[in-house]
Every structure is written in structure tokens, then in C-alpha cells.
Design a protein around this ligand. Sequence first.
Ligand SMILES: NC(=O)c1ccc[n+]([C@@H]2O[C@H](COP(=O)([O-])OP(=O)(O)OC[C@H]3O[C@@H](n4cnc5c(N)ncnc54)[C@H](OP(=O)(O)O)[C@@H]3O)[C@@H](O)[C@H]2O)c1
Length: 290
Amino acid sequence: MSETGKKLIVTGSGGQLGRAVKKRMEDRYELVQTDVFEGEAIRKLDITDVDAVTALVREVRPFAVINCAAYTAVDAQEQDVDNSYRINAIGPRNLAIAAEEAGIPLVHISTDYVFAGDKETPYTEFDKTGPISVYGKTKLAGEEFVKEFSRRHFILRTAWLYGDGKNFVKTMLKLAETRDCLSVVDDQIGNPTSADELARAIDHLLPTGSFGTYHATCEGVCSWADFAEEIFRLAGKKVAVEHIDSEEYARRNPQAARRPLFSHLEKMMFRLTGDFRMCDWHEAIERYLA
Ligand SMILES: NC(=O)c1ccc[n+]([C@@H]2O[C@H](COP(=O)([O-])OP(=O)(O)OC[C@H]3O[C@@H](n4cnc5c(N)ncnc54)[C@H](OP(=O)(O)O)[C@@H]3O)[C@@H](O)[C@H]2O)c1
């Protein structure tokens, strides 16, 4: 089973997905974990620095690069546009240039926010994009750079991600400690996805030559309010969920970025290229909270 000697550079290793990738792959690959900060077993690599990125790939000579780094604070980016493009677009461009020079695959992660969310049927990988937030626009620019500069790329669009780090599930559980009623949006529909399931999808694609753009979310859809109710049910918390719509949420949080209302991602590419399936969101959240 061991593939010792096969080196893999992982960026954004301190984030939710970076940690899940480590947990899933460290037994089989020699991971070179990097992040914008230095840490225990983590090397400093700022993906916005093209020279640093190229130098590391030349030095390590990995068989692939997995980009888990991103600027994910969606609301903050509305006022921080340059940094958003720097990290979410120039960063992946740099990784694509370095991976192409080395002739190796690049795994890059994108988001459901590349879509407008105004469709009535699930979005496939072949649907037109149309981001409505700075985060969505800069992640789309990142996808475009990856396609432009790296021939051997996997772009995985995920959504509503939770793992070891800051996320909606943890926010809900934290608020449940002091509140017995919470207002949660019920007109945004999406696919909650565990970082473990996304890491499993990356692990599946990595050894294949089946390059392209994939939707990689857990099966099934719900609203944020449904998701909160399921979290409280599984965690045994008695919290009432008041359903509010996005307009009401925006009134209460004027700084918030616009989010796609409907972002059900259909996993058409997995269906067309094999039989890989991601588990249902209920199963994934139950496993996460267990
Ligand atoms: N979270 C979601 O709900 C969600 C939904 C859809 C798609 N995605 C995508 O999924 C991927 C993984 O998300 P995640 O939730 O694991 O993100 P995360 O927890 O925010 O982790 C991102 C990591 O990247 C690091 N980073 C930031 N700027 C960097 C730079 N210039 N160079 C190197 N590293 C840098 C961050 O460090 P700091 O923390 O110090 O900034 C952090 O450790 C991202 O591509 C994201 O866009 C996430």
C-alpha cells in the first residue's frame, strides 16, 4: 500500500481541507505541507509569490501539487478586492505555472459561488458561470488561470465545507451554548460537504489521468436552516431555528456578500468518467459529529 518516495506538495495545510488531506494521505505519500505561516511540520509558502512557489516545486520535485490554500472569508473580501484576487487567482496561477514547468498534475479547489444561483435545476460542470460576489469572481479567475497555465489539472468545485477549522457547524454549536433560538437563512439551497469526503475525492482522482473540472460535494441538498436543524438534532441541542430569507439576513448584516440562492451541484463529471460517488450529506455530518 505504501507509496513512499512519492512526494506531494500541499498548500494551505493549516486549513480545513489541508488537515483532511494530511489525515487521509500521510500514510501513503511523503507530504510536504505548506501554508502562509510556518508551523510544526509546516513550511512557509505564500502562494502569491511566484518565485517562492517555483523554487519549492523545483526543490521538492513532487509528483503532484494539491492547492488547499485560499482566502475564504467571503464577506471580508467585498472590501478587500486586491487581496482576494492575489490569493484566489494569482496564487493558483503561480501553482499552475510551476506544476506545468515540472510536468506534474495540479489539484485545485473551487466553489459553488462561481455560479449565480438563479437556475432551477442542478448546475453541471458544463453550465455557464456567473459569480455575484468578490469571492466568487476571484475563485472563477483562479479556475481560468489554472486551465490556462496547467494542462494536467483537476479543478474540484465544492460547497458548504466543514472540517477541522472555522465553519458553519462549529458556529452553530458555539451559539447553541448560549442561545435557545437562532435565525437561519432558509432560501439558500446547497450541498453541505465534509472536508473528509472532499479529501477522498481528491485521493480518488489523483492517480488517474482523468483531468478536468469536477463538482465534488456530498450528495443531497438542503437549506442552511435545514442544515442547522440537523446539526442540533444530532448534537442533542434544544435550539429553535427561526427561518428567515436572504433579504432579511442582508438587512440584519449589511456587510454580507451576496450568495447564490440555488447552488445544487450535480456531479456529472464523476458520472461520465467512472463510478465514484460522494456520500450523502446526512451521513457525512453524522460521522463528523460522532
Ligand atoms: N469553507 C467553505 O465553505 C468552502 C466552500 C466552497 C469552496 N471552498 C474552497 O475549498 C478550499 C479549502 O477551503 P478551507 O475551508 O479548507 O479553507 P481554510 O480553512 O480557510 O484554509 C485555507 C488555508 O489557506 C491559507 N492561506 C491563505 N492565504 C494564503 C497564501 N497567500 N498562501 C498560502 N496559504 C494561504 C490560510 O491561512 P490563514 O488562515 O492564515 O489565512 C488557511 O490555512 C478553498 O479553495 C476554498 O475556496 C471552501
